[in-house]
Design a protein around this ligand. Structure first.
Ligand code: DGY
Length: 434
């Protein structure tokens, strides 16, 4: 082995140690915060990734991550995007702004569902570690009905007409808060009239965060839904922001399939039949988000009733969700490969050729390790091994260069946003550095 090769192995081992250290440092006694200061509570999809990372070294603690997250689940099945387990004042909007009626306090919207996927992966890690499988199965069995209730909630409240496509009612629900895909729908969303003090821009350079005009609309939507008592039916009818996000639908599709796998061990025959039927409906729904002329998957604005023809990372995520048409999968892989030729480190969340590309601003260009995790797995599963390798190598190179930041500049590799970031460390442990 060359000296450089040996050095990389040593560096990767040191990085893994650092990733575990970050996850332990961000542990608040059973659940993990994304990063100190900027995000001081438990976030929904962050925790699903954390659980997958933690399972590489502590299966018992990985279960606890999901158990704590589900402490926030509402009776309706909604799994909120933030659980405010204990008060911290470095974040806006806190529980008083959300004004929901749950103990522990929570937000009132959700986030991309990955808990069935995480449960399956923890089970795999438990088996690989020769852990006590009867305990692992008990933990998964206890989670199964809660995950099922979450999926039922997505269908009942976010696809009431059973089209097979769910909608989000807030950009925060997508996790990709300020993606250029939301620019159009947000322009027809009113701004809040309330004066508020953002905390994020005191902690992170404002050039890396959403802009003020977007925040004013984020807060308007929270205030509107609070005024509707967080009633799902009223929110659906009265919202000015209703978007079928392709990333959400692809991630839900994947989680639904993983839920079906869990149902084989923990569900009833009737539940399995219902899930199979729903998975088929969701798959057809995802198929309908394909734009044949542009050869890409787009989100759909359900208020304007039109496709949002803005190409972002989201359009590639059906690779993770499952693309059943091989020609479409190939078009996605070719296009993503082409995007990668435009930057030093992929995958950017917007093409560097797009006029909206902004290499430092959150979801308008930067690379996110968890997106690469999903795209890398999706590419490998759909038979694009070279693309999968490139995504993994780029992610590893970013971590070697800049550690475990929230996101990275695709042109320079500079680390951006919050530092010592949990889900980046987890994506390293579970995939890029594995
Ligand atoms: C934030 O506060 O930036 C979050 O993305 C909302 O969940």
């Amino acid at each position: 082995m060359s000296a450089a090769g040996a050095m990389e192995i040593e560096d990767v081992a040191a990085l893994r140690t650092e990733a575990v250290r970050i996850l332990r440092e961000n542990d608040r006694g059973g659940y993990t915060i994304p990063t100190d200061g900027l995000y001081p509570f438990q976030w929904n999809w962050d925790s699903a990734f954390c659980a997958m990372g933690i399972a590489t070294y502590d299966v018992d603690r990985a279960w606890s991550e999901l158990d704590y997250l589900y402490q926030g689940q509402w009776e309706s099945g909604l799994l909120p995007h933030i659980v405010f387990h204990r008060p911290v004042d470095s974040y806006y909007p806190g529980p008083d702004v959300w004004g929901t009626a749950h103990t522990p306090p929570t937000s009132g919207i959700s986030q991309p569902p990955l808990t069935a996927t995480a449960t399956l992966r923890i089970l795999d890690r438990a088996a690989a570690a020769h852990a006590n499988m009867s305990d692992a199965k008990d933990r998964a069995a206890a989670l199964y009905p809660k995950i099922l209730a979450l999926h039922d909630w997505w269908e009942r409240e976010r696809d009431p007409d059973r089209t097979g496509i769910v909608a989000v009612l807030h950009p925060w629900e997508t996790g990709a808060d300020n993606s250029p895909v939301w620019d159009g729908p947000l322009k027809t969303t009113p701004a809040t009239k309330t004066q508020f003090q953002r905390r994020d821009v005191a902690l992170v350079d404002a050039t890396m965060r959403p802009r003020q005009w977007e925040y004013e609309r984020y807060i308007h939507l929270v205030e509107l839904y609070r005024s509707l008592g967080w009633d799902g039916g009223k929110m659906w009818r009265e919202t000015p922001f209703k978007v079928a996000d392709v990333a959400m639908n692809a991630i839900l599709m994947r989680d639904e399939r993983d839920l079906l796998t869990l149902a084989e061990s923990f569900g009833t025959p009737a539940e399995r039949a219902r899930l199979e039927e729903r998975a088929e409906r969701r798959q057809s729904g995802l198929d309908r988000l394909w734009h044949a002329q542009d050869g890409f998957y787009y989100s759909r604005d359900l208020v304007a009733d039109e496709a949002i023809r803005v190409a972002s990372h989201a359009g590639f995520l059906p690779l993770w969700g499952g693309v059943r048409n091989p020609d479409r999968a190939k078009q996605l892989a070719d296009r993503l490969t082409q995007w990668l030729t435009l930057c030093r480190y992929g995958a950017p969340t917007m093409s560097p050729r797009d006029p909206e590309f902004d290499q430092k601003r959150y979801w308008r260009g930067p690379v996110w390790a968890i997106i690469n995790f999903m795209l890398g797995h999706g590419a490998a599963e759909q038979g694009f091994a070279d693309l999968a390798d490139r995504l993994r190598e780029d992610t590893r190179a970013l971590m070697l260069r800049s550690g475990f930041c929230e996101y990275y500049d695709p042109l320079t590799g500079e680390g951006l946003g919050g530092g010592a970031f949990s889900w980046t460390a987890a994506a390293g442990l579970a995939w890029a550095l594995d």
